[in-house]
Structure formats: C-alpha cells, structure tokens
Design a protein around this ligand. Structure first.
Ligand SMILES: Cc1ncc(COP(=O)(O)O)c(C=O)c1O
Length: 393
C-alpha cells in the first residue's frame, strides 16, 4: 500500500538500544553530543521580538508570497554584507521553513525518481533520508584527511562517480561533522565538472558563522557562481533558533538557467507556502542580534578546543583539524572504536559519544563529539573516555 519513498528502516541499532536502556535506568549520563543550541545552556532571551507588531498590516493581512517577503530578503542580504563581506542579490533569495525543507525543494527541482546527487562522506546522515523522500538517491564521494591539509575532497574519486543519472553535487561547508571548508581550487574543479555534465551545486553553509579563527571562509564565488548553484543557510545555527524555522536558498548561475530554477522553486514553494509570516517579520531583528548570541557559543567552542588540546593524550588519541562548525572528530584507540566502543563509553563511563559509522567514516576508530557541550561536562566526559582507553586504569 505504501510508497518505497516512505519506507525507512525501523530497526533500532545496538547503540540506540543501549542508550535507551541507560536512560530508562535513570543513569546520570554526560552527553558529549549536545548539538541542539536550545538545550546547551545559551541565553536566547536577547531575541525579544520587540520589532514584531501583531497590528502591523504585514501581519494582520496574510499576503502569500512564494519567494518570501522582500523586507526579510533585504535583511538577509544585509547580514551577508555585514558579517561575511559579500554582496548578494535579495531577489535571488527564496525563503523556506528550515534547511531540510530547502533540500527537499531542490531535490524535487533537480531529480526524477532514481536520479542521484553526490554528497560528502563522512557527512550529514539526514541527507540520505531527505533524498529518499524525494525519490532521489545519494551517492557518497570521499573526503580525505591528512594532518598537513586537513579535510579535502578527493576530486578524482568524485569525478569518477558521475553517471548519466547524476544531477548535482552537495557540499557542506564547514562540514558536519568534519569541519571541511570548500576552497577555491576545489570549487574551480567542481565548476568544470558541473559545466561538463550539466550538474548543479548545492552548498550548505549552515555553519558558516562558526569558522575557526584564522581560517578562511568559503570562496566568495559560490554566492555568484558560473554554474547553477544554490547556497543554503538559515537561522537554525547562525542565530541558534532552529524552532523559528526560517532558512533560505540563494540561487546563482548562468542567467537563463538561474531564472528558470528560481521560477520553478518558487512554484514548488507556492504549493506549500510553509514559511510563517511571524518568522519572516522578526527575521531582520534576529539577524541583527545574532552576532551577540553567537559570542558565548564561539567562546565555548574555543574553550572546549583548548581543553581538548591540553588534555588529550597525543599518543593514543588524535583531534582532527577542522575549519569550523560545532563538531570535533576524534581518532580513538581500539577500545573505543565502532559501536562496541561507543556502548562501552555509555555503560562503563556514563558518557554519550557518537560512533563514526553514524556519519559513514570508512574506518571504525573515529568518534564525534559536540563542541557545544557545556565546558564542565566536556572536561569530565573527556577525562572519562581517556580513562577507559588507559590500559592501566
Ligand atoms: C549540515 C546541516 N544542514 C542542515 C541542517 C538542518 O538545518 P535546519 O534546522 O535549518 O533544517 C543541519 C542540522 O543539524 C545540518 O547539520
């Protein structure tokens, strides 16, 4: 009776079962995976929404605009000019209710059933589900890591994965969980591939406000690119307000193609009109105040990173270099590797970490932790996993 698109695996993996068991028992757990900013102890009360007036005609009279309100799009363009030094065209923006919805709209725009999109591995696991729900498929290209260069796209391997069914390439920059940042050389190569094979680029930059100090941001060409390109971002990470459900798609590329894409995405959005007027009306205030919100969050990331580099015993652990984002990848000793390692952390030390296989790491000996974890928990959780790996303890 039901579609294949809606058939998602319902098996509970051993790690999730172990976590549920600990929670049922009421065990006090140290959660090193906090990545919901509304649960990580940051004060969002600075968003007072005082700019919102329920009697203003823009709220009293519902005006469905598929692309999103012009005042909101202007405020997003101001945010790019102010915080990222980029001039973007507000008319090239389309608002959506969350980045996940933006992905769905783009997958619907680009893919017929069975078509494919290339996405990074290790990478953000939700993409596979979003693609499946659109009837599309994700094929993973490889990110490689070296101490000298950090994370880089294996460009030759990516090129080999392109087939007649490939419709686009997804980039997450900074990456989740790697923190990989797209550089100009990679963009140039990908642009050539897109030209040659008529592909689109989808650039997810939801973590762009969390670039590590001294590291470059994404190449500015992505905001006005030569090939059809969609940049995705929103208030979920940059302003720490996932519950406001406001994100955007910035479209660029050859004029005729970009216009056709914008027209079609607006049509797809028009069938849902999912973005609330309230979110659109308060967005200018939120964007303006978001910098104040980010300060303690950036400080916590810096503090946790300092702690990590001070306390992690180099011989057995390695904190992988990252250009930005909220996550930290750790190479760990055998005892902590894979699902079994994550379960031991949980049962023997009461610490929650994410096993690397959740993100499709090729090898077993990686775990992922969140740098948003409150610092006292971060220090204690880290000490406990180091203890578990110490053969003399
Ligand atoms: C890389 C990446 N993209 C998109 C999202 C979803 O963002 P939104 O809350 O705007 O749907 C997340 C959420 O964790 C993410 O990590």
């Amino acid at each position: 009776m039901f579609s294949r698109r809606s058939q998602f695996g319902s098996e509970v993996n051993a790690y999730t079962a172990a976590l549920d068991e600990q929670r049922r028992r009421g065990t006090h757990l140290i959660d090193l995976t906090h990545s919901n900013p509304t649960r990580a102890g940051f004060d969002a009360s600075l968003y007072s929404f005082q700019s919102f007036d329920p009697n203003a005609s823009a709220f009293r009279v519902y005006e469905p605009v598929a692309q999103g309100l012009a005042t909101t799009r202007d405020a997003i363009a101001d945010y790019y000019a102010r915080y990222h030094g980029v001039r973007i065209n507000p008319d090239a923006l389309l608002l959506a209710s969350g980045t996940s919805e933006a992905y769905r709209v783009l997958f619907d725009l680009l893919c017929d059933p069975g078509d494919r999109l290339l996405a990074p591995s290790p990478g953000y696991p939700l993409l596979d589900l979003l693609a499946q729900a659109s009837g599309a498929e994700i094929e993973h290209y490889r990110l490689t890591y070296s101490h000298q260069e950090g994370w880089r796209i294996d460009l030759a391997e990516l090129a080999e994965r392109i087939t007649a069914h490939t419709r686009g390439i997804v980039l997450i920059t900074p990456g989740n969980p790697t923190g990989h940042m797209l550089n100009a050389k990679e963009l140039q190569f990908l642009n050539q591939l897109c030209h040659k094979h008529a592909l689109a680029l989808i650039v997810d930059e939801v973590f762009v406000d969390y670039v590590r100090p001294g590291r470059p941001g994404p190449p500015h060409d992505v905001y006005a690119n030569d090939v059809l390109t969609f940049v995705l971002n929103g208030l979920s990470k940059g302003a720490g307000l996932p519950q406001l459900k406001l994100s955007w798609i910035l479209t660029s590329g050859p004029e005729v193609l970009a216009q056709e894409a914008a027209h079609r995405t607006a049509f797809l959005m028009d069938s849902m009109l999912s973005v609330s007027s309230f979110a659109q009306l308060v967005a200018p205030e939120v964007l303006e105040r978001s910098e104040v919100f980010r300060q303690p969050l950036l400080q916590r990331i810096a503090h946790n990173l300092e702690q990590l580099h001070r306390d992690l015993p180099d011989a057995r652990f390695q904190a992988l270099e990252s250009d930005g984002g909220w996550y930290q990848v750790l190479r760990v000793p055998e005892v902590l590797a894979g699902e079994d390692g994550a379960i031991r952390c949980l049962r023997e030390q009461g610490v929650i970490v994410l096993p690397g296989y959740f993100f499709d790491f090729e090898e077993d000996n990686f775990i992922v932790i969140s740098l948003l974890t409150p610092s006292a928990d971060f220090a204690e959780g880290l000490a406990r996993i180091v203890r578990l790996a110490d053969p003399s303890s």
